[in-house]
Design a protein around this ligand. Structure first.
Ligand code: HEC
Ligand code: HEC
Length: 173
């Protein structure tokens, strides 16, 4: 019994100590952006240059790892925001149009509904509609946290091309 009382009070003391420490840390001191979490306007954006080249003039970068979402290689002038009524990305990247305008078609995985487990035909899958949720533009931003990750690619082609839908179930029985 005595042991139990000791344990409970020790836990309570630890809890109170943790609370006291918590009060001493302001939101400016945590996280990587060092800004007040209650005020988005206090965030100071770093001076980052995005690739200024237009679609059709830019160069592709290697994928971060096999089947990672590729970075957008061109500038996004006049293309954002993506709304319910208008998605300018699809005016070039839709699979029915891409070849004609010299763009890379959105891959087969973007025309597949993983919930219903069937292709979506000519229509882009709803969860792929908001392109910039996954694809970001190339920039010269420096990593905020160092990292020694090295991607392993199965072959040269997969450094610049995706095939997620083909390999999705690899190893699954
Ligand atoms: C005017 C046509 C056009 C529009 C609009 C357009 N793109 Fe592109 N995009 C291209 C072309 C062409 C390329 C190939 C690289 C190049 O030549 O710039 C490309 C490349 C890309 C790539 C790189 C693909 C890879 O395999 O590395 C991504 C990702 C991309 N675009 C996403 C988008 C998104 C997202 C939007 C909408 C915000 C968009 N694009 C709007 C024409 C377009
Ligand atoms: C949920 C995240 C997500 C969204 C949303 C998304 N993509 Fe992708 N995209 C990916 C990933 C991951 C890949 C690479 C693997 C794959 O799916 O084949 C990819 C690959 C691509 C490629 C390269 C194709 C190739 O053959 O190498 C293009 C182009 C592309 N996406 C365009 C788009 C466009 C345009 C939209 C909006 C209509 C979009 N994506 C929306 C995640 C996304």
């Amino acid at each position: 019994m005595k042991n139990k009382i000791f344990l409970v009070s020790a836990a309570a003391a630890l809890f109170l100590a943790a609370c006291a420490m918590n009060n001493g840390v302001s939101s400016e001191q945590i996280g990587l952006r060092k800004a007040n979490l209650n005020n988005e306007n206090s965030v100071i954006l770093s001076d980052i240059n995005y690739s200024g080249l237009g679609a059709g003039e830019s160069a592709l970068l290697e994928r971060a790892f096999e089947n990672a979402p590729p970075l957008i290689s061109h500038n996004l002038d006049g293309m954002l925001p993506i709304t319910k009524e208008s998605n300018s990305c699809l005016t070039c990247h839709d699979k029915a149009i891409a070849a004609d305008v010299g763009a890379i078609a959105a891959p087969a995985s973007h025309y597949y509904d993983f919930w219903k487990n069937k292709p979506t035909g000519d229509m882009i899958s709803e969860i792929r509609y908001n392109c910039t949720q996954c694809h970001v533009a190339q920039s010269d931003a420096k990593p905020l946290v160092g990292n020694t990750f090295k991607a392993e690619f199965k072959n040269e082609a997969s450094k610049k091309k995706s095939n997620l839908l083909d390999v999705m179930n690899e190893g699954v029985k």
